[in-house]
Design a protein around this ligand. Sequence first.
Ligand code: NAI
Ligand code: MG
Length: 357
Amino acid sequence: MKRLHIASIPADGIGPEVISVGIEIVQAVCERNTNIDLEFTHFDWGSDYYRLHGVMMPADGLETLKKFDAIYFGAVGAPDVPDHVTLWGLRLPICQGFDQYANVRPTKIIPGIDSPLRNAEPGDLDWVIVRENSEGEYSGNGGRTHRGMPEEVGTEVAIFTRVGVTRIMRYAFRLAQSRPRKYLTVVTKSNAQRHGMVMWDEIAEQVAAEFPDVTWDKMLVDAMTVRMTLQPDSLDTIVATNLHADILSDLAGALAGSIGVAPTANIDPEGRFPSMFEPIHGSAFDITGKGIANPVATFWTGAQMLDHLGLNDEANRLIAAIEKVCADGILTPDVGGNATTRQVTDAVLDAIRQMNA
Ligand code: NAI
Ligand code: MG
């Protein structure tokens, strides 16, 4: 029997509500496989920890996480702690410290969930967005001088390196190659940003030569929002910078019905460090404690985690169980239903146990 060690960091807001049921689902789908045993270890890091200790996680937090096979993460953010403190105190140090440079965000219209797009049906929107996750606009490069003075300056420097851009392009082309359409769209803004983004385009072109069987095209990020909305079926795999993909993937989640169903995987493709799996949404203060958070994004990222750990059959069964429950109309309020987190979870557990039987 192989034991896999998973660190769970539920953190803030609805994070604990969705991660606790996510663990139930991930465990249930693995029950049938007697060759593996998943062991979850919980960490109470986040805003409560910050209020007690003045930091979001202990100084040796990364050292502690390093030995795990994967990280299952909820959300960070609290009304009384500044967002840059929570994000830079916990989530980004893990992404950057473990060089999880590929952020993979699948989005599709799940049967049973209505897209706000009038004519879009399941199958018309089935994308994977690959977000560069280590540099670009979120590299943390920049500063503030003359604080509080009239002449105060703030800079936020977007960093693009040949190494960073090449590796994310290769990852995206390889992912596009593995999907039936073998089609990649490279998002850019090289008309206005004439340094980093022009290099981005050049490297895309160079890497494309390594993948002659992948068809690819290029879109300016502003025009991309129009294409995503008006011609969703014209897209398949998408690669974009840290900032661009951050924004586009929220749009993708909304177009697929709700941000509550959109998952994300922060991957170290070289496997040097644990990768981290989380829903795209934040801590959602407005619904915290109400028991109505949509757990589907957290289940789906659980499937991404199983897939990453080589448990492809388990991942596929987990997705099939989610799809069955959504198609049956057992939905939380954000996607037009009136079920609670618990009711959706129980329905997914039932679907898994029927498949396991
Ligand atoms: P949010 O994603 O928390 O919420 C946006 C809206 O979507 C809210 O109306 C919320 O109720 C709804 N929503 C989100 N997830 C849902 C779910 N699973 N089921 C049903 N409805 C859901 O984004 P917001 O409000 O901008 O940020 C709240 C806090 O979360 C902030 O502190 C922010 O910094 C943090 N945040 C953290 C992220 C992370 O940890 N990865 C990502 C985004 C935001
Ligand atoms: Mg975001």
